[in-house]
Design a protein around this ligand. Structure first.
Ligand SMILES: [Zn+2]
Length: 209
């Protein structure tokens, strides 16, 4: 057990029933509670890693003790991650954790955009786009331009994949077809590969690499 640090032993054994680390870790699983602290200021209560932004709660199934840990420790120590009442394989656990992190980042990105919308005078289009996105989980090309342009302008942490763009409806297709190239290029990172092909068919060209 050389690879476990003394810090990990001291954190988890007093809170567990099992007297060895492998036995103790079997007792712990990830709960539904996840917190985004907005800034990297938290510490993993298991390994002591600092500067964590996201905290996952883990609970001991035998004595109900709980602590807050970083996502890496969940995977590193193979703590149980449940979905629909069954324990996920380590590969699926990894996927689920990264899905949760993506969702947290997307939520944070939306909160940041809402603050922008509140602070700007002419932000009606942005407010409408945000409400539309929350309801439908996608944006029209025009709305996506407004959102992505603001994200870039205010340097808000985001992944272009957070915002799905609708190209199924005729109105959305028309918006993309008629859009100025400079705006299409703002949208470009958020377009899927098949949507990029459609854009090229409409006569647009990809941004220079
Ligand atoms: Zn840790």
């Amino acid at each position: 057990m050389e690879h476990y640090s003394q810090r990990v032993r001291n954190s988890i054994l007093p809170l567990s029933i099992g007297d060895t680390l492998p036995k103790a870790f079997e007792e712990w699983s990830v709960t539904e509670n996840v917190v985004d602290h907005e800034t990297p200021q938290e510490t993993c209560e298991l390994c002591g890693q600092e500067s964590l932004r996201y905290h996952f709660e883990i609970r001991n199934s035998l004595n109900r003790n709980t602590i807050w840990v970083g996502s890496q420790c969940i995977l590193r120590f193979g703590l149980s991650v449940f979905e629909n009442g069954r324990v996920l394989s380590s590969e699926d656990a990894k996927k689920k954790i990264s899905r949760i992190m993506d969702q947290l980042r997307q939520d944070a990105c939306l909160r940041a955009l809402e603050r922008v919308a509140e602070a700007e005078d002419d932000s009606e289009i942005l407010t409408i786009a945000l409400n539309y996105f929350k309801k439908n989980k996608y944006l029209s090309p025009k709305q996506a331009f407004v959102v992505l342009w603001r994200l870039n302008k205010h340097r808000i942490d985001h992944s272009p994949s957070f915002f799905k763009i609708d190209l199924k409806h005729d109105r959305s297709k028309a918006q993309l077809r008629e859009m100025e190239l400079s705006r299409v290029r703002v949208l470009w990172p958020a377009l899927s590969s098949s949507q990029r092909e459609i854009a090229i068919r409409y006569g647009h060209t990809p941004p220079p690499a």
